[in-house]
Ligand binder design. Structure first.
Ligand code: NAI
Length: 347
């Protein structure tokens, strides 16, 4: 069971180490294969995402990824392929997704008893499209005083996303899919996104569907989150709403995710590299641990995935060794150690 490991930077290396420890506690015979991406790759090969790393990830098919810091206004990245073609991406994180043809990022966010207060029962999957929208890197300056960015939406990507959301609903016993958009103000682009969603919804009469404008969705998530089950949405809205969901349940450190394609899947937390707490050993590893459980489920190890999820929730609810973002004074490895012990006990 060879699995790629991209350590990232900021809090990436510490939460990745913590996650591998918990996944190893399942007893599954993992062989971790470090994939050199980021500063180290830049120093060695002159590019943060060498094509050999892309090829290795394609061969491995599964990877755990820590976050990467992307400097403001300097993120754009050009990738030249072995056939000489070139692609421009808005950031390294986006480039990894796009070079591997990953098209959807499910972020299953759940409240935790004893931790999430009024949002203990929160249970929403944000299904984020990750190939286009305003993150397609189609933007430019117009002289010094203006700039424009294209919000790309294609029938192919919107339909593929909606199909994934409904199939996910069926496979995971979810009852409803809500399309989140802004088709009143962005009527052609978000209009196409919504039209594709509705066309797909007709093919899934067993799953309830509706749609909500993104501003109202933000309001309902706070006021009445039970009206949502799966949120099917475009790249930027999904990026923002998943952080909102994380905040409601108590921390960005509780929000897992996966980037899924037809052949490769890379699992990473919803949050970023948290440079403000990096290197202090106090980052919450739970979002990446739950992303690891998501990977196990995706690989077919459903029992092990459940054990990691339930052990994590039970350790969190017990309230010991919590990291500072959850109000405790515990450490990243301390919390991961408790979860790993619970996984072993349960097994
Ligand atoms: P962030 O998600 O890194 O941090 C926002 C806040 O949440 C900070 O106060 C941070 O300390 C806290 N936080 C995040 N994760 C945490 C964890 N596991 N445990 C405890 N606290 C946690 O967002 P920010 O500050 O906007 O971005 C920092 C860097 O990360 C930027 O360079 C950004 O581009 C990058 N980033 C990378 C992503 C990726 O690799 N997929 C995703 C989002 C941001």
């Amino acid at each position: 069971m060879r699995v790629g490991v991209i350590y990232g930077n900021g809090i990436g290396p510490e939460i990745t180490e913590a996650t591998l420890k918990v996944l190893e506690a399942t007893g599954l015979p993992f062989e971790w294969v470090p994939v050199m991406i980021g500063d180290e790759a830049y120093d060695r090969f002159g590019h943060p995402l060498p094509q050999d790393a892309v090829e290795l990830l394609k061969e491995l098919k599964y990877a755990i990824k820590g976050p990467f810091i992307v400097n403001k206004m300097k993120g754009r990245l050009s990738c030249v392929h072995k056939d000489g073609s070139e692609a421009i991406y808005p950031s390294l994180n986006n480039a990894i997704r796009r070079e591997l043809n990953l098209f959807v990022c499910p972020r299953p966010i759940r409240g935790v008893p004893g931790i999430s207060g009024a949002y203990e029962d929160f249970d929403v999957v944000v299904m984020r499209e990750i190939t286009e929208d305003v993150y397609a890197a189609i933007e430019h300056s117009i002289g010094n005083d203006a700039a424009e960015c294209v919000k790309l939406t294609t029938r192919k990507a919107a339909t593929r996303l909606a199909e994934f959301s409904f199939e996910y609903a069926r496979a995971h016993g979810r009852k409803k899919v809500t399309c989140v958009h802004k088709a009143n103000a962005i009527s052609i682009t978000d209009g196409l996104f919504l039209t594709c969603f509705r066309e797909v919804a007709e093919r899934y009469p067993d799953i309830e569907s509706d749609d909500v404008m993104v501003d109202a969705a933000a309001y309902y998530l706070v006021k009445d989150p039970k009206r949502f089950d799966i949120i099917n949405t475009s790249n930027q809205y999904g990026d923002i709403l998943s952080d909102l969901c994380a905040g409601l349940v108590g921390s960005l450190g509780l929000a897992p995710g996966g980037n899924i394609g037809t052949e490769v899947a890379v699992f990473e937390a919803s949050h970023g590299a948290a440079p403000d707490i990096a290197g202090k050993g106090i980052a919450n590893p739970v979002a990446l641990i739950l992303s690891g459980a998501f990977m196990l489920r995706h690989m077919g190890f459903v029992r092990e995935a459940q054990i990691v999820e339930e052990s994590t929730r039970s350790v969190l609810s017990a309230g010991k060794d919590l990291t500072p973002d959850l109000g405790g004074s515990g450490t990243c490895m301390g919390l991961a150690g408790m979860i790993a012990r619970k996984v072993k006990e349960t097994l």
